[in-house]
Design a protein around this ligand. Structure first.
Ligand code: HEC
Length: 135
């Protein structure tokens, strides 16, 4: 009996730790509402445009999320140093967006790299909604 309780406790503590793209989306939704009272929701098509949008960086080079993650998120991408980046589409790579700290770390780095500013919660949510929508 005691073991059963232990197992149950273990089960629930692991559940609490395990993130998923959809539970992360809920968090970004709360943040987006704080950022913008007129927030109406996330949209995969906006995330798709955001993913592909090329921006002229102040270093003179054109860059987008697709520069490294490739135009097709179902395919592996490449860093500037030619290292493989696993596919971003959640249907292909279920590990994606399962670790909040990792997600925030890379949003931080890559948004700065591409946009030269932080991404908004709206942009992050649209981006994840797009990657969730890919079959
Ligand atoms: C210079 C190359 C590069 C560009 C440009 C880039 N990324 Fe990334 N991205 C990476 C690398 C490298 C990783 C980490 C390796 C991995 O997760 O497979 C990563 C991982 C991520 C992750 C983590 C996903 C997870 O499962 O935890 C997110 C979120 C992300 N990128 C968002 C973006 C967004 C949004 C843009 C465009 C604004 C973008 N990236 C542009 C290289 C890039």
């Amino acid at each position: 009996m005691r073991n059963a309780y232990l197992l149950l406790a273990l089960f629930f503590s692991q559940q609490a730790v395990a993130e998923s793209a959809s539970s992360l989306l809920k968090k970004y939704e709360l943040l987006a509402k704080q950022e913008n009272a007129a927030f109406v929701g996330f949209a995969a098509d906006k995330g798709e445009r955001f993913f592909h949008a090329e921006r002229l960086h102040s270093d003179g080079k054109k860059v987008s999320c697709a520069t490294c993650h490739t135009a097709d998120p179902r395919k592996p991408g490449k860093t500037r140093a030619n290292k493989v980046i696993e596919a971003m589409a959640i249907s292909v790579n279920p590990q994606r967006f399962s670790d909040e700290a990792k997600v925030e770390k890379w949003f931080g780095r890559n948004c700065k790299d591409v946009l030269e500013r932080a991404c908004t919660a709206q942009e992050k949510g649209d981006f994840i909604a797009y990657l969730l929508s890919i079959k």
